[in-house]
Design a protein around this ligand. Structure first.
Ligand SMILES: CCCCCCCCCCCCCCCCCCCCCCC/C=C/C(=O)SCCNC(=O)CCNC(=O)[C@H](O)C(C)(C)COP(=O)(O)OP(=O)(O)OC[C@H]1O[C@@H](n2cnc3c(N)ncnc32)[C@H](O)[C@@H]1OP(=O)(O)O
Ligand code: FAD
Length: 572
């Protein structure tokens, strides 16, 4: 339904209704409010947008300017856009599709501001879809990709909504205007944590799609001569092509397994929070922010590697790869800009490091920070052993977290304010947080391939893929592992040669590994990645359907080229 709307409507964007608007009701509405709105949303009797970002603020939620001022005399909130920059800007579906929106606004009651809270606002008539009184709506215009989705703008001119339209599961405003505090002010952000977690699976699916297209095409495409006189080989026989594609294929599996962990963690921690135990919220925020940032960034880069590995046809929309890249690029910015998200993870790591320095035993995804030996133990390691590889990534992350945190402490000891010390170490902090998330993904990959219930022959292939992913990470970031002597030059050389062996080991299973994603041609939407491999015939058919081919001589010839040619000939 959603896809149909999105495809047929050309400007009808219902994605955010499902992934943001409806979950916000589920997570932030009271039981009473759910009775009023949740079924309407689930049955698509109303269509909603998640209206948080404004023209002037997206990252800094506490800086949002839209206001919701409580009027006890009428028991209503007045929603207002006081400035141009307070215009809601970007929300998917807001421009032309949605008739409701959850609006994030600064809550004012009794003259005091209590920060950003979510409010349910009807924005279009259910009769004729015209904007409601006081509401100005529109589409923000063409974007890099996803132009089937009407990311829109909204302005509110003192729009009145009932008090009951404040989503009050956590914080409340009583009829007399009394504000009731939530267990944590960050619970208003809970749906962002949820959505970031889902982005890990979106990244995995996007990278799975791109590697499916590129690996299949690399078996169809034959090019050049590997040996004089021999037939042109499949381009997947070139080691460089394997070096481009197989680490992306391994990352798709790694991120797929990481999203399983993320989903399980989200369920268990939010379950505890329902019972009032908020202790897991900080770890959940740090993990979802870091994984979202890491997986979407690697995915966007990886899709472009796949696009380039398909040569000219990869650059055509027939491949499906430019659209995938555009979508994945959006994931790097939406739902928390990647740098800002990785800094949130870094903030948590610095806190945990200080706690471990004070003798606290760390648990969860940061437990290794306490356990890892600061002094490296150099030596000839078995670089094909998964345990060795996991330990190397954890040592690297622990060293980098310690280094960044100590640098920050040093800056503050020189008299810098904490915020200034933070800013002057933020590049180190980002790299440390990336190393932390990378070590989590490797560890989780290794644990999954060792425990997942599969046939032993499948486990062997997944183990090779996990070794390939880990060895690729070590060789790509060799300096981090060499820095304190934890790995030696010989270890890195061993890692490189094992990586080459893994490329050859994975080659026979590459097509099976992408087929295992089970992505139908209708989902892939790629001539190059067709399951039947009949690329060239369908590429020609696809090209013939180009709008430019509707006429043999395009009208632009008569309008521009013909007079231009004529005038140039006249000058000869
Ligand atoms: C197998 C089947 C396959 C089938 C399918 C196959 C398909 C294949 C193809 C797939 C294709 C996919 C790719 C294509 C996709 C195309 C679509 C594009 C995108 C579409 C979706 C877009 C949706 C986007 C929605 C949005 O963007 S909504 C708006 C999002 N906005 C944000 O995220 C704002 C970010 N900013 C913030 O969160 C905050 O401002 C901040 C965290 C940065 C700062 O907050 P604040 O200033 O308040 O906090 P501090 O930094 O000071 O920290 C204070 C303490 O608070 C804690 N904290 C902060 N946030 C949270 C939180 N959320 N939860 C808990 N705690 C939090 C900090 O940790 C601090 O704590 P401490 O003090 O203890 O340290
Ligand atoms: C495709 C798409 C769909 C979207 N859908 C929605 C939606 O449905 N609903 C919604 O509410 N929003 C939506 N958004 C908006 C999105 O949430 C914001 O764009 C995102 O949060 C980034 O905020 P920003 O645009 O203000 O970027 P900015 O924060 O202005 O980022 C610009 C630069 O500033 C840097 N920066 C900012 N703060 C810091 C900091 N503290 N430390 C270091 N560097 C910093 C960033 O790293 C970045 O390099 C969507 C965006 C896109 C692209």
């Amino acid at each position: 339904m959603a896809a149909a709307l999105q495809t047929l409507g050309g400007g009808i964007g219902i994605t955010l209704h499902w992934i943001a608007f409806t979950p916000t009701i589920e997570q932030q509405a009271t039981e009473e409010q759910k009775k009023k709105w949740l079924k309407l949303a689930q049955d698509v009797a109303i269509v909603g947008a998640y209206a948080q970002t404004e023209m002037g603020h997206g990252t800094f939620v506490r800086g949002l300017e839209t206001t919701a001022t409580y009027d006890p005399s009428t028991q209503e909130f007045v929603i207002n856009s006081p400035t141009l920059t307070s215009t809601k800007w970007w929300p998917g579906g807001l421009g032309k599709t949605a008739n409701h929106a959850t609006v994030m606004a600064q809550l004012y009651t009794r003259g005091k501001c209590y920060g950003p809270h979510n409010f349910m606002v009807q924005i279009r008539s259910l009769e004729n879809h015209q904007p409601c009184p006081g509401v100005t709506l529109g589409d923000i215009g063409p974007k890099m990709e996803s132009n089937g989705n009407d990311n829109g703008f909204a302005r509110f001119d003192h729009v009145r909504i009932p008090r009951e339209n404040m989503l009050m599961k956590f914080a409340r405003v009583e009829a007399d205007g009394t504000y009731v505090q939530p267990p944590s002010s960050k619970l208003a952000y809970s749906n962002m944590v949820y959505l970031r977690g889902t982005f890990v699976m979106s990244a995995a699916q996007a990278l799975a799609s791109a590697t499916t297209i590129a690996v299949r095409y690399s078996c169809v495409r034959r090019q050049s001569e590997m040996k004089p006189g021999e037939p042109e080989p499949q381009i997947l026989e070139y080691q460089t092509q394997q070096y481009k594609l197989f680490p992306q294929l391994a990352a798709a599996y790694a991120f797929w397994f990481a999203s399983w962990f993320m989903t399980q963690q989200h369920g268990s921690i939010t379950g505890s929070m329902e019972k009032g135990d908020m202790s897991g919220l900080a770890e959940l925020h740090a993990l979802s922010a870091g994984l979202k940032s890491y997986t979407t960034a690697v995915t966007a880069r990886g899709i472009d590697v796949c696009r380039m590995a398909c040569g000219g046809h990869g650059y055509s929309h027939a491949s499906g790869l430019p659209a995938l890249f555009g979508g994945a690029a959006a994931l790097c910015t939406a739902e928390g800009e990647n740098t800002v998200m990785m800094l949130q993870t870094a903030r948590y790591l610095v806190k945990c490091f200080a706690q471990s320095q004070a003798g606290k035993r760390l648990t969860g995804t940061v437990a290794y920070l306490s356990a890892v030996q600061p002094s490296p133990v150099a030596g000839n390691r078995n670089m094909s052993d998964l345990g060795t590889l996991v330990a190397a990534f954890q040592h690297r992350a622990a060293r980098m977290v310690r280094h960044a945190a100590m640098q920050m402490q040093g800056e503050m000891q020189k008299g810098k304010a904490r915020e200034d010390a933070w800013n002057s170490c933020s590049v180190l902090l980002i790299k440390a947080a990336e190393a932390h998330v990378h070590s989590f993904v490797v560890r989780n990959f290794a644990e999954t391939v060792q425990t997942v219930e599969v046939d032993e022959s499948v486990r062997a292939v997944l183990t090779s893929l996990c070794q390939l992913y880990s060895l690729y990470g070590i060789t790509e970031h060799a300096g981090d592992f060499l820095k304190d002597g934890y790995l030696t030059g010989r270890d890195i050389d061993a890692a490189s040669s094992h990586l080459s062996a893994m490329l050859a080991r994975v080659r026979p299973d590459a097509v099976a590994l992408v087929d295992a994603f089970d992505l139908h041609d209708k989902i892939l939407r790629s001539v190059l990645g067709r399951y039947d491999g009949r690329v060239y015939e369908h590429l020609y058919e696809w090209a013939k359907k180009s709008p430019l081919n509707k006429s043999e001589v395009h009208e632009s010839y008569y309008k521009y080229l013909q007079p231009f040619l004529k005038s140039n000939r006249a000058k000869l």
